[in-house]
Design a protein around this ligand. Structure first.
Ligand SMILES: NC(=O)c1ccc[n+]([C@@H]2O[C@H](COP(=O)([O-])OP(=O)(O)OC[C@H]3O[C@@H](n4cnc5c(N)ncnc54)[C@H](OP(=O)(O)O)[C@@H]3O)[C@@H](O)[C@H]2O)c1
Length: 319
């Protein structure tokens, strides 16, 4: 099968498209024929081995798992012993980041607990765009943020994967939503539902006197006290990712008693059925950049890393 291999920490250019043997599913795993996959921040970090601290997880000298990719949709091709929830031919999707990597390939073996059946009315491209970013948005807004009807919400880094789902989820709760991102993304952000959009180069939302009931952050590039200034009394700040040193500050602030500051620890696929139900009801729609081909993953990873994407960068594989 064809796969994208990352044999050393370097750049997107160093990735290789190679023919390798098709894997066989072990006990409790299924072999999936990948029909679509998505590029995520985790992949960008894995191929470069940056931030360096991540190498403790990824492998000290080179990636322990040479095939990147954590999010996918496809059909079950074979099942390992003990698999009870899926049969050959089932359409499935999921985020395998709790178990490993490997979706940038024509086939991938995944534990049965890392996948769900795909809803009937969803395309493979839409399905691959959903599990990772929508779960960060849902768990950030609901599980940690405690979103309630009519809240005033701000999303920082609003034009990316998390922001695209965040605004749609917030609108289901009839929230008033402000999004902060680069000028080039503001028009697209208005189109998917943001009530107000702010260009981060022109406006510092922590200094313009506005306050919010809930801030969801995908960038985390400020100190906790700056975010606290932009919160209403009783408001919450929830970060899903961003600068490592700033994330550590948020965790420390929480530990030191600032109970309004939280870092989300993603639980892969927890809440995916809810997103599927909203999708079926026409309330959630993935924002797709692409689809591109498997061979295009190296340049598209570079494009993703340079922040040129809007929504989810999707790679489609033939039937
Ligand atoms: N907590 C967890 O367990 C967990 C698990 C997995 C992933 N994550 C993290 O979750 C995040 C995923 O977010 P995502 O998929 O939405 O990322 P994304 O698609 O890269 O979106 C981030 C957006 O922020 C914008 N941006 C850049 N600089 C900014 C600034 N100074 N102010 C405001 N916006 C700015 C980016 O614009 P440009 O593109 O123009 O730069 C981009 O549109 C990542 O940080 C990832 O590491 C967390």
């Amino acid at each position: 099968m064809k796969a994208i291999l990352c044999l050393k920490y370097a750049s997107a250019k160093a990735l290789q498209v190679q023919e390798i043997p098709k894997p066989e599913p072990g006990a409790g795993s299924v072999l999936v024929k990948v029909r679509a996959t998505a590029i995520n921040d985790f992949d960008w970090s894995l191929i470069r081995g940056k931030p360096l601290l991540y190498r403790l997880l990824f492998g000290l000298r080179k990636p322990k798992t040479p095939i990147p990719g954590i999010e996918f949709s496809g059909t079950v091709e074979a099942i390992g012993t003990g698999v009870s929830s899926f049969s050959v031919g089932d359409a499935v999707y999921g985020d395998i980041s709790g178990f490993g990597w490997g979706t940038f390939a024509e086939y991938c073996c995944v534990p049965e607990e890392s996948i769900l059946p795909m809803p009937d009315n969803m395309s493979f491209e839409e399905a691959a765009a959903i599990p990772h970013a929508s779960m960060l948005a849902l768990q950030g807004l609901l599980d940690v943020g405690g979103i309630k009807k009519g809240m005033k919400i701000l999303i920082n880094g609003a034009g990316g994967g998390v922001g695209a789902y965040g605004v749609q989820i917030a609108k289901i709760y009839e929230a008033e939503v402000t999004g902060v991102d680069a000028q080039s993304k503001l028009e697209g952000m208005r189109a998917i539902g943001y009530d107000q959009v702010l260009d981060y180069k022109k406006v510092d939302f922590t200094k313009n006197g506005q306050q919010y009931d809930l801030i969801l952050d995908a960038k985390t590039n400020r100190a906790p006290k700056a975010y606290a200034r932009a919160l209403n009394p009783g408001g919450k700040y929830v970060t899903v990712g961003g600068s490592l040193s700033r994330l550590i500050q948020v965790v420390l602030a929480n530990k030191l008693g600032r109970k309004e500051m939280y870092l989300l620890a993603l639980k892969p696929n927890k809440g995916l059925e809810q997103i599927s139900a909203w999708f079926a009801a026409g309330k959630i729609k993935p924002v797709i950049d692409g689809p591109y081909k498997l061979e295009e993953i190296p340049p598209m990873l570079q494009y993703f890393g340079e922040g040129k994407h809007q929504g989810k960068v999707i790679v489609s594989l033939p039937e």
